[in-house]
Design a protein around this ligand. Structure first.
Ligand code: GLA
Length: 382
C-alpha cells in the first residue's frame, strides 16, 4: 500500500472535517487472460494490484454528504433524498450511483463525508472505476452497519456503473478489486461468480504493464455495442449466454450475422477456451504456452473483436519481435490503456528502454511502464 497516499488522504479529511475517518483501500486490477468474456458469463483471470483508491470516510451526523476528490480538487455535495446525476464521464456519478444502488436494496444510508485519492493512472485500463465504487460501498457498509456481503457489494458497484455511468460492464473488475488475494490471480467463473486462486510465480519472468497513455473516444459506446452483438447472437442460438456456445454451434447462425459480428462472436467463444487452456498451462508451470495464448488473445482482440488501436498494436508487435518476451497483449476493454507483457528478467531493462524510445519516436509521446504486485482485495487501511 501507498503509505504516503493513506496519510495525505487521512490528513486532508481531518483538516476538512475536523474528525478522524475510517480508511479503506480498494485495489485496481490486471487481467492475465479472458477479455470481453465476463459479460458473456464466461471465464476471466484477473488479479488485484498494489495501485488503487484510498478513501477516508465518516458519518456526517446529518442527511448531508460531502465527497472531495483530492487529485482533481473537486467536491460533490448532496443529500440522499436529492441526488442528481452529473455530466457524463464525471467521477461524481460513481458515488451517486453506489449510494443510489445501496438505497434501492432497501438499506438505510445517512449523510457521510469522504475524501479520496488514488495512484491508478487515469485511463490506464487498470479499473480505477471499480476500485472507487468498491471503496465507497465498502466504506458505507462499515459506517452504517449495512451487513452487505462482499458479493452483494460488487453487484451494487456493477449496477452503479450500468445505471449511473452508462457502461454495461461485466463483473470482472469489481470482483478482482474486492476479492483479490496476495500473490495470486483468480480464475473467475462469471456465471457462478466464484473463483479459484492460482499462485503466480513466473520464475525468471516478470509481469510488466506498458501504458500507451492514450484513451480513444467512444470506447464506452463501442463497449456497449459489442455487448449487444454478443447478446443478440446468444438469443439467436437460444442459449443464455455465449459461454454456452462452441465454434460448431456458431455455424448455425453464421449466415444470419454480418461477417464483422460473426468474427466478434467467434472471438468470444475462442477466448473463453483460451482462458481454460491458460489455467492448465499455469497448473503445469508451462509459461511458454501461457505466453503464446496471450499473443493469440491480442490477435483476436485486434482482428476479430476490433477493440485495439495503433498504439497498443505497436507495443505488442515490438514485444512479439523480442525473444525475451514470451507473451504480450492489450489488456482491458481496449482503445488505449495498457499492454501486459511476460518478460525475462535478464533482458527487461533493455526491452523497456528500446520500446520506450521506439514508442516516443513513432507517436511523439511517452509510454509508461509499471511493475505491479498482486495484493488482497478491498479492506480497511490503517
Ligand atoms: C472492462 C469492463 C470489464 C470487462 C473488460 C474487458 O474493463 O469493465 O467488465 O468486460 O473491460 O474484458
Amino acid at each position: 500500500m501507498n503509505k504516503i497516499l493513506i496519510e495525505n488522504t487521512k490528513n486532508h479529511f481531518v483538516q476538512r472535517f475536523k474528525l478522524k475517518p475510517t480508511m479503506v483501500f480498494s485495489p485496481g486490477r490486471i487481467n492475465l487472460i479472458g477479455e470481453h468474456t465476463d459479460y458473456n458469463e464466461g471465464f476471466v483471470f484477473p488479479a488485484a494490484i498494489d495501485k488503487g483508491i484510498y478513501v477516508a470516510m465518516r458519518k456526517s451526523g446529518s442527511d448531508k454528504s460531502s465527497v472531495y476528490a483530492l487529485d482533481m480538487e473537486e467536491s460533490l455535495d448532496f443529500s440522499t433524498n436529492n441526488m442528481v446525476i452529473s455530466e457524463l464521464g464525471s467521477w461524481k456519478n460513481f458515488i451517486i450511483g453506489v449510494v443510489a444502488e445501496v438505497l434501492k436494496k432497501g438499506k438505510k444510508v445517512q449523510g457521510f463525508n469522504a475524501v479520496f485519492s488514488g495512484d491508478i493512472p487515469n485511463g490506464s485500463g487498470l479499473s480505477s472505476s471499480a476500485a472507487l465504487e468498491n471503496s465507497i460501498v465498502f466504506g458505507l457498509n462499515e459506517l452504517f452497519g449495512l451487513q452487505l456481503t462482499r458479493k452483494e457489494m460488487i453487484i451494487i458497484s456493477q449496477k452503479a456503473e450500468h445505471n449511473y455511468v452508462g457502461v454495461k460492464c461485466g463483473i470482472m473488475d469489481q470482483y478482482a478489486s474486492m476479492f483479490g488475494q496476495k500473490d495470486k490471480a483468480l480464475l473467475l467463473d462469471c456465471r457462478t461468480i466464484t473463483s479459484e486462486a492460482f499462485m503466480i510465480n513466473l520464475g525468471d519472468y516478470e509481469l510488466i504493464l506498458i501504458n500507451t497513455n492514450v484513451k480513444h473516444q467512444l470506447s464506452e459506446s463501442a463497449y456497449n455495442d459489442r455487448r449487444r452483438v454478443c447478446e443478440k447472437a446468444a438469443a439467436m442460438l437460444n442459449i443464455k449466454a455465449l459461454r454456452d456456445a462452441n465454434e460448431k454451434d456458431l455455424l448455425d447462425i453464421k449466415s444470419k450475422l454480418s461477417e464483422e459480428d460473426y468474427q466478434k462472436v467467434l472471438y468470444v467463444v475462442q477466448e473463453n477456451e483460451r482462458v481454460m487452456e491458460a489455467s492448465e498451462a499455469l497448473k503445469n508451470n508451462d509459461l511458454k504456452t501461457l505466453g503464446s495464448l496471450l499473443f493469440d488473445t491480442h490477435k483476436g482482440l485486434k482482428d476479430k473483436y476490433n477493440v485495439s488501436c495503433a498504439e497498443l498494436d505497436f507495443l505488442v508487435d515490438r514485444a512479439t519481435e523480442d525473444s525475451s518476451v514470451i507473451g504480450a497483449r492489450m489488456m482491458g476493454g481496449g482503445f488505449g490503456g495498457c499492454t501486459i507483457n511476460i518478460v525475462h528478467r535478464d533482458n527487461m531493462d533493455l526491452f523497456i528502454a528500446e520500446t520506450s524510445k521506439a514508442y516516443l519516436k513513432k507517436f511523439g509521446n511517452e509510454c509508461s511502464v509499471y511493475y505491479v504486485n498482486l495484493v488482497d482485495g478491498t479492506h480497511l487501511a490503517t
